[in-house]
Each structure stands twice: as C-alpha cells, then as structure tokens.
Design a protein around this ligand. Structure first.
Ligand code: NAG
Ligand code: NAG
Ligand code: NAG
Length: 638
C-alpha cells in the first residue's frame, strides 16, 4: 500500500468505527430515560413566534438543561397565520407548500422564509445544546385536500405516479375521518394506498431535513386512535438516519390494552386528556397511572429504545388558557401543595416531564419545584414503581370532633351513585366482547351489551340500530364506505347517536363518559357488529365496551406510591385527596408486601418537603398531610 492508499484505508476504517459507535450509542440512548423538556402549549396555546420561542429556548439552556430538560418543543399550528379570523379550528389560514405540506407561517417564523422551514431555528436550538421538537397533526390538512395538491414522491423528487396516474390530495384524504377535535383542520389519509403512504413519507422526510429531534403526533391516540397511521409513521422514522423521538397524543380514554399495541412503535404516549391547572385534572391522573404501571408499561420497549406513558405537560408558572389566541398572562391556579402533588405523582410514575410555563417569567418557587433533585432522581432512575394500596387514614376533622382521646377510624370511600361509561379497546381484547343483536320491541333491532360476570346489573344496555341517513349529494359519496355500518340511537332520546368522540379536545375530567351527539354522517357514529360480539367503530377501528364507573369526578380519599432507588433506598409517597387534613399511615409488615426482599425492620426515614427526620421505623409510618398535599419519604434500610 502506498501512503495515499493507506490513508484512504484508514479513513474508511475510521468512518466504519465512527458509524458503528454512533449507531450503537444511538440505540442505547433513544428515550432510555423518561424524556424531559419544555412545550409551548400551556403558555402560548398556538400563538408563539420565533422570537418568543428562541427566548424560551435560551432560558431552558441556561437554567433547566443541567437538570435534564433537553427538548424545546413548539406545539400546534405553527403553520397558521395569526390574523383576525384564525383560531384553533378555522379553515383557510394555513401556509402549505406545492405538495400540500405544512410550512411555518413566515409572519411568526421569519427565518423560515425562502423555503427553509425550521432549519435555522433547529440550528439555533442545537447551538444552545438543546434538542428541537414540534407538533404535527394526523394525516392531511383540509386545506391541502381542497386545493387538491399533488403528492410528492421523495424517491424521485417529482409527483407520485402509480398505475399511470398522478396522485393528488383528494385521492388520499378521508373526509369522514376528520380529527374529532379539529374537524375543519385535518383528516386521515388512506394508508392502504401507496399514495397515502407516500404523502406521509414526504412529510416526515421534510421534518428530518429540518433537523428535528422530537415529534409530537396529535389526534392519533386515545379516542382518536389511528393505529394504521402510527404504524406507517413509525416505520418511516425507523428508516431515517436521524434519531427522532416519537410522541403520541392525546390520551383521552387510552387503555393499557391500546398502549400495548403501539408502545413498541413509539417513545411516549399520552394516557389522559389534556391536563390543566385545576385539582380535578391532577386527581384524574391517579387511577390511570396505577393501571399503566400495573401493566408494566413504564419504560417498556419503544422505537429504537424505550417508551413511556405520558401524563402530559406541567401547567406551572406563567400560563394561558386552552384554545385561545393569546399568550401567557396569568399564574398557574394550582396551590403550591397541589403543584407538589402533581410533580410527585409525575415523578413516581416516571412520566416524561415537559414544563409548560413561560421561561421568561419563571419564579423561584416554580424553578425549585421542577428542578427538585429528589424528584428528578426518582423520575429518571427509580424502579418497581407502583401504587401502594396498604394505607389507612384518619381525617383531621375526626380528631377535632372527638377531642384528644380520639378513636382511630378508617375513612372508606363510599359513593353510591354510578354512571355508565364508554371504553374503547383494541378489537382483539376479550373485554370488548359482549355485544349481541336482539329483535326489538318496535320494528328496530337492538344492539345490546350483556354484563355477564362483570357486573350484577341484570338488564342489558341496548341501543337501536338504524341505517345512517344521507342528507346531501356529497354524503352520497360516502354511502359505499358505510356499507354494513349503522347508527346506534339512544332509547328515549330523539335524534341522538352513540358517538366515540367530541367536537373539541376533551379535558381529562370528561374522559370516558358515555357519549351521544346529534346524529350525522360521521365515522365517529358508525358502528359494525362483528359475529364474535365486538362492536367496531369506523373512525378509529377500535371496539366499544361499557363499564360502570363511580360518578364522582373528583375522587377523595388517600393514595400512595412506592418505588426503589438506584442506591437501594425506598421512595414512598402519601397523597391526601381529601378536602381536609388527613393522617396517613402504613405498617412495616404492609411495606414488606410491596417489596418482600427488603428488610423494613431497620430503616431510617426522612421526609423530603419538610426535611424532617423520622428516625428509625419502629412499627408504623404515619404523617399528617394537608388537603391536596403529599408527603414523600426516603427510607434507607440496611
Ligand atoms: C405569580 O406568582 C409569582 C410567584 O408566586 C408571584 O411573585 C407573582 O406576583 C404572581 N403574579 C401575579 C400576577 O399574580
Ligand atoms: C372479533 O372479530 C374481529 C373481526 O373479525 C377481529 O378483528 C377481532 O380480533 C375479534 N376479536 C376477538 C376478541 O375475538
Ligand atoms: C396491613 O395489612 C393488614 C392485613 O392485610 C391489614 O389488616 C391492615 O389494615 C393493614 N394496615 C394498614 C396500615 O394498611
């Protein structure tokens, strides 16, 4: 070998080793810990500008990056012009390119001018040491479908041709599958068509060209479940040579069964509706966190790494309201105790932590809370995280009523009123079986849910089966698509049809209630009864089940979570959901039920918020916890 050849040889060896190292490093690090960062939605809704975004990113880099907050994410509608008449479900204000793809509104994102997209913004964010993310909607925009733009074939750089035909937006857009909470904005594309898949590919290749690191894909999960699109997008991301963290939203009515189908394809997925700064929203996360932890979904397999159930952004600090056209202008309305409870649950459940407040007005209290070292340690590195059921309570008012010689009493949650709730499950799930056809008392047949062993209710829950009526010429186009599908009408309720979704983005407080809405030709209201007793919805392809739920929307009572730390310590959190101060207790023998291998006979105990040293655990561990507050213990056992 002459020197030149040696040099070339060495060069290829180095490239090879470098490629190998970066590839293995990549697969090791992709969402190996719960992702952490900032998202613009809670403070700017959709109105954020490039300047405001970069100011926030700069402050994240200065103040939060050392605490693991690395993603700076632009939430929805960055392509919409901020002009009179534009709002979250307006039509016709979006900036799209010749291929029907969304591009940043140059009025709000000046660096995007000249077809540069987010490239310059991404570079600035990367230069700050952070990672760049943004939000995308399902499928294709109504505006692109109305304009009937051609579809780009990324392999040729020209219009997509198949079977001698040039394909357009109208060939792939599914108007009857409009996004449930943004009906005018976006609809699914038909992923069974080569052109539908080519369109999605043209989107995600462009996002990669813009150097994005994180994509939040919305209106594809929970009530808006779109497994086909998630599968196609995940495949596209896997094929790119850029690692992109893949996040799904929203999570209204999401179930562990649904999550198990898509978790390996993604890196995080929401498990509730939107979380805002009220106690009901915080409280609504306890049951769902317990269920996803119990199903071993925390930190499971994901796209090129792990996947994480996501409890949603943290609406703390300086915020705005959902769905508005104004930026940050008010403080979070959660009390400090409620904020601690939220941070503690999010950490114990190892949720991604995405701060939502405006960084430019970050106050010291909020800063200390979101960078609390114990919480961040738990969030990143704890294991065996689960709800701990073996606790008892004594409420403060009982102490008062009964004086110093009080008799300890367990307060049990008793709540008589119940309501029916619709659950959407995977059609493979056995729990979705239970529907049958019954000849009706009128000329209408009924589709009924039999309770079986699930409930002591005797009478089946029945709906009347009717043909969907077509109202206009355009509806006629869809009559074929709805062959064999039916409307299901409520008894005693004229003109109302069984519906999976709602016109707007649901908050978590509203999730799971059985829904009826005005009958119309809409895939949300189209149902088909399978011979195996499952009832499939045309919108999401998921199947219905009916459950009996407690009617109280803000559950009271007490909760507890437990986990182990990487130094062998045990983290134990007590949460008081009651409106009055409550003493919460457990015993050493009950702690052993959670972790039989740990010797709880010889533990020292410290509480995080008060800094109080509880000394050695003798028989039990009790703490008096204020309403909506929590206690967080670190147990060090030898
Ligand atoms: C918002 O909260 C911060 C921190 O508690 C406080 O300093 C500030 O005065 C509050 N602002 C308003 C407008 O309430
Ligand atoms: C019921 O039948 C449908 C349609 O054939 C199928 O997709 C689904 O997996 C079946 N579900 C169960 C629980 O058997
Ligand atoms: C501990 O467990 C026992 C047996 O399951 C139960 O009777 C007792 O009430 C529990 N104690 C607490 C504090 O939860």
């Amino acid at each position: 070998m002459n020197t030149y050849n040696k040099f070339i040889f060495l060069f290829f060896i180095i490239i090879f080793i470098f490629g190998f190292l970066s590839k293995s490093a990549l697969s090791e690090i992709h969402a190996s810990l719960p992702p952490r960062g900032w998202n613009s939605y809670d403070s700017f809704c959709w109105t954020i500008s490039e300047e405001e975004y970069l100011q926030n990113a700069q402050l994240i880099a200065q103040k939060l990056h050392v605490h693991g907050y690395e993603y700076a994410v632009v939430d929805y509608l960055w392509y919409r012009k901020l002009v009179p008449g534009a709002y979250v479900d307006s039509l016709g204000f979006d900036v799209i390119d010749e291929w029907g793809r969304m591009i940043p509104d140059p009025g709000r994102w000046p660096s995007s001018k000249g077809g540069k997209g987010f490239k310059d913004v991404a570079k600035k964010v990367h230069d700050m040491g952070l990672k760049f993310g943004f939000h995308v909607m399902r499928g294709i925009s109504t505006q692109a479908v109305n304009a009937n733009t051609p579809i780009l074939d990324v392999t040729t750089g020209k219009a997509y041709v198949e079977s001698g035909k040039i394909w357009h937006a109208k060939d792939i857009g599914q108007k009857e599958k409009a996004c449930g909470w943004m009906k005018n904005g976006f609809m699914s594309v038909d992923t069974t068509l080569g052109a539908g898949r080519a369109f999605l590919k043209s989107l995600y290749h462009q996002y990669a060209e813009w150097d994005v690191d994180f994509l939040k894909h919305d209106c594809v999960f929970g009530d808006d479940y779109q497994p086909d699109e998630i599968t196609v997008v995940s495949g596209i991301l896997k094929g790119l040579n850029r690692p992109i963290l893949y996040s799904l939203s929203p999570g209204t009515s999401a179930t562990p069964a649904m999550a198990k189908q898509v978790a390996p394809l993604v890196n995080m997925y929401r498990v509730t509706g939107d979380d805002w700064d009220n106690w009901g929203d915080v409280a609504a996360h306890f049951d769902v966190s317990r269920d996803f932890a119990a199903a071993s979904l925390i930190g499971g397999n994901g796209l090129l790494g792990n996947s994480w159930p996501d409890l949603d952004m943290l609406p703390l600090g300086w915020l705005t309201e959902p769905g508005v056209n104004v930026g940050p202008h008010r403080n979070s309305s959660l009390s400090l105790d409620e904020q601690k409870t939220q941070m503690t649950l999010w950490s114990m459940a190892r949720s991604p932590l995405m701060f939502g407040g405006d960084m430019r007005k970050l106050d010291d209290t909020t800063y200390s809370l979101i960078t609390n070292p114990t919480l961040l340690e738990i969030n990143s590195f704890s294991s065996n995280n689960k709800e701990f059921p073996y606790i008892t309570s004594t409420t403060y008012s009982e102490f008062l009523e009964e004086g110093p010689n009080f008799r300890k009493r367990s307060s049990k949650d008793t709540n008589g009123s119940e309501k029916l709730a619709l659950g959407l499950l995977s059609c493979h799930n056995l729990e979705a079986k239970g529907w049958f056809l019954r000849a009706g008392d009128t000329n209408l047949d009924q589709v009924c849910w039999k309770w079986g062993a699930r409930s002591k209710m005797l009478e089946p829950f029945c709906l009347y089966k009717t043909e969907p009526h077509l109202q206009s010429d355009e509806d006629g186009m869809y009559s074929e698509a709805y062959q064999g599908k039916h409307h299901l009408r409520a008894r005693n309720r004229e003109g109302l049809c069984f519906d999976t979704s709602s016109k707007r983005k649901l908050t978590s407080k509203e999730h799971k209630t059985t829904s009826f809405s005005q009958c119309r030709l809409d895939a949300n209201q189209m149902w088909e009864l399978n011979s195996n007793g499952t009832l499939v919805n045309s919108y999401s392809g998921s199947c219905a089940s009916i459950k009996v739920m407690k009617a109280n929307t803000t559950p009271g009572g007490i909760r507890s979570w437990i986990a182990t730390g990487r130094k062998g310590e045990v983290f134990l959190a007590y949460f008081n959901m009651n409106p009055t101060r409550t003493t919460i207790s457990t015993t050493i023998s009950n702690l052993s039920k959670a972790f039989p291998n740990i010797n709880f006979q010889s533990c020292s105990c410290k509480e995080v918020w008060s800094g109080k040293d509880y000394g050695s655990l003798l028989h039990s561990l009790s703490a008096s916890v204020d309403s909506h507050a929590c206690a967080l213990f670190i147990l060090t056992c030898t």
